[in-house]
Ligand binder design. Structure first.
Ligand code: ADP
Length: 463
């Protein structure tokens, strides 16, 4: 506000002053010029009329005095005729006849110098010119005195008007100076207060938006960002609570199992063995969760963790199927491999192997005895396509979007019993995304599922 007022008022005051001075100067110079003209006409007239030689002749003198009075009346100024001693011989005001009036203008005129001067304090202009005799000698001077009070009155009228306009401008500027910052700063302060609250940890804060100006756009952008931040924060909290839960369940089992053995004084060896086997499998379970979590953390670090090499997909799938063979055989599940062509891509072989492995493990796991699991490998000139289909339990439509989330299991108790951590598909999803590929699922409950993985043949880091 102070800056605004300084910027507006300082030039205004300068402007105001300059205008007033210029106006007064203009009128004064104009009056001076007029007076100088007049004195330069009156002086030669008196010179011509031989005023000084006829001073003794009363009738001639009266005629000349009346001429001077006429001049004075015409020009509305006072005329004084002085001799070269400065004595007033004629005064159109009759005030100073017989007195000596030695003022600088008269002295200047008697010395043939320029004799014009404005006396601001007296509000008068003095102009004088010499009077000569027939021999061109200076015998006296004419002094013309004009009041410039009228100029002062006019200028003060203008000044009053200007003061009025300035006052109006001041009020308008004051109102604007007060209102504009309110309009500009108010929305900003509300944004700042929300940002401060958010940085104090209150992520549920939102900016109230009105209008459609730049502030509203900023508000919308900020609210979107806040929403994402809150989501990330919720996901993080959910993740931590999921991890704790996943680890707590096996820990509780271990605690119960070990305590029951400890409390029994002479428990049979068979019981020891059985409980220790259970404890061992719970430890395995925890190890699986921790291994999967570490793998996810590594994937979260981004592309830098990838070890890209030439990878033969057909060979990879064959190897996985070979490993899965015994389990499938036990469940009498038919494993079919349909490789349309040889597909070689640039990828992190280990990570892609665990991705496809996970899809095939799931397919076998979630397919009842006697079912079929089919894998296909194909490619076009840009991408490799790997599909894994089964004739298993399928996934309900509403769950299909969530199975790639961390710790998401369709059937919490049963899926846990199958030994899954709920992290497998999350790892698969992150790995495929890191390779700039995609994964999607088509599934129908009780009929089976089809997972389609697309991976670019050539890996480029900035894709
Ligand atoms: P899990 O280790 O429990 O298998 P995943 O992340 O691999 O975890 O899978 C998440 C969930 O998706 C599973 O718990 C299961 O409910 C469902 N799912 C995954 N694959 C299949 C499939 N082929 N058929 C049916 N359900 C599946």
């Amino acid at each position: 506000m102070v800056v605004y007022l300084c910027i507006s008022f300082v030039p205004l005051i300068f402007f105001f002053n300059t205008i007033m001075i210029s106006i007064r100067d203009y009128f004064q110079t104009d009056r001076e010029k007029k007076l100088l003209n007049a004195v330069n006409i009156i002086a030669p007239t008196i010179t011509k009329a031989n005023y000084f030689s006829h001073l003794g002749d009363e009738s001639k003198r009266q005629m000349m005095d009346s001429d001077i009075a006429d001049f004075s009346a015409q020009g509305s100024y006072r005329i004084l005729v002085l001799d070269n001693y400065g004595m007033v011989l004629n005064d159109s005001n009759n005030a100073e006849v017989g007195r000596t009036k030695i003022i600088p203008e008269v002295i200047n005129a008697l010395e043939r110098e320029n004799a014009i001067k404005t006396h601001t304090a007296e509000q008068t202009v003095y102009a004088a010119a010499p009077i000569e005799n027939e021999a061109s000698e200076i015998v006296g001077a004419v002094l013309v005195v004009s009041s410039i009070e009228d100029i002062f009155v006019s200028v003060s009228e203008i000044e009053q008007k200007l003061i009025m306009y300035t006052a109006i401008t001041t009020i308008v500027m004051g109102v604007l100076g007060f209102a504009v910052p309110q309009v500009l700063i108010d929305p900003l302060s509300s944004i700042v207060s929300v940002v401060q609250k958010m940085s104090d940890g209150h992520l549920d804060q939102r900016i109230k938006i009105s209008g459609r100006d730049e502030y509203a756009k900023l508000g919308h952008a900020f609210n979107d960002m806040a929403e994402k931040l809150e989501k990330v924060d919720n996901t993080r909290q959910e993740f931590v609570s999921n991890v704790s839960h996943e680890l707590k369940t096996p820990l509780s089992s271990i605690k119960v199992l070990s305590e029951s053995i400890l409390l029994q004084n002479d428990a049979p060896l068979l019981m020891y063995r059985e409980f220790l086997r259970d404890i061992n499998s719970e430890v395995d379970r925890m190890t699986r969760v921790v291994t999967d979590l570490l793998q996810l953390v590594k994937l979260d670090q981004g592309e830098l963790g990838l070890n890209i090499q030439t990878t033969n997909i057909n060979r990879m799938v064959s190897d996985i199927l070979k490993r899965l063979g015994p389990l499938a055989e036990r469940k009498e599940i038919k494993l079919i491999f349909e490789d349309v062509r040889e597909v070689v891509i640039e990828a992190d072989e280990m990570k892609i192997t665990s991705t496809i492995s996970n899809l095939l493990d799931n397919a076998v796991k979630y397919t009842p005895n006697g079912g079929t699991v089919k894998t296909t490998v194909d490619a076009d000139h840009q991408n490799a396509f790997i599909t894994v289909s089964d004739t298993g339990i399928g996934i309900k439509e509403e769950d299909q979007g969530k199975i790639f989330d961390r710790f998401y299991r369709v059937d919490k108790t049963r899926d846990r019993e199958t030994g899954g951590t709920g992290l497998g598909l999350a790892i698969t999803y992150s790995t495929v995304r890191l390779h700039h590929g995609s994964i999607r699922v088509i599934s129908k409950e009780n009929e089976g599922s089809l997972f389609i993985v697309r991976l670019p043949i050539h890996y480029s880091r900035n894709a």
